[in-house]
Design a protein around this ligand. Structure first.
Ligand code: PAN
Ligand code: ZN
Length: 188
């Protein structure tokens, strides 16, 4: 169902957990995103072994219009693929001039961002963190902790999602587990 012009409410557990209501649920297993990881041989081995669940998304959908504000919650599981932390696919917004707000609920994460011009940034996402992703910045969430990472987000209804650029080029910065602490690998 797509919510229309009546106010409504739902609850989101502040320590992480599925929202009490949502329009759409989706999940990504490693097989859904093999080409996003740096080490595709390691990804293939894990897919053959148990094809782990990487993340789940609960979304409130709205009409895809500029004044609308779709929002929801993401759960990103802990783990690594060839030393690279479990992460979301990451994307540019199709309408590049649209930003987004994230709110950390549980766990320890990072938001890796970059612009088409090659500017890069990494920010911590922890419980209570509100994080602003300005227009033009591609964004990916990475779980660098031992437990689940939960966060909420809201973005403009007209944004759209461009995954093609990221799967083709990859992010310039990747987060790797270096003996238990996150290290940044620069790819280009
Ligand atoms: C978030 C993300 C969500 C899943 O809602 O879409 O965390 O990540 P991917 O979209 O990269 O698979 C958001 O940034 N929406 O715009
Ligand atoms: Zn986004």
């Amino acid at each position: 169902m797509i919510h229309q012009a009546r106010p409504f409410r739902l609850s989101i557990p502040f320590t992480g957990g599925a929202p009490s209501a949502y329009d759409e649920y989706s999940q990504r297993r490693l097989s859904d995103m093999r080409d996003y990881y740096h080490d595709s041989a390691a990804a293939d081995a894990l897919i053959d072994a148990n094809d782990p669940l990487i993340y789940e998304v609960w979304s409130i959908l709205t009409p895809e219009l500029a004044g609308e504000l779709p929002f929801g919650v993401t759960r990103l599981l802990p783990g690594t693929v060839g030393g690279e932390y479990f992460m979301t696919k990451g994307h540019y917004h199709q309408v590049l001039e649209t930003g987004e707000v994230y709110l950390g609920l549980a766990g320890e994460g990072r938001i890796v961002t970059e612009t088409p011009e090659g500017d890069t940034d990494v920010q911590a996402l922890t419980p209570g963190t509100m994080l602003y992703i300005p227009p033009r910045w591609a964004h990916r969430t990475v779980n660098v902790g031992a437990g689940d990472l939960w966060f909420a987000w809201v973005y403009p209804g007209n944004a759209g999602h461009d995954y093609v650029t990221i799967v083709r080029d990859g992010f310039r910065l990747r987060l790797m587990d270096k003996n238990g602490t996150p290290g940044i690998m620069t790819t280009r």
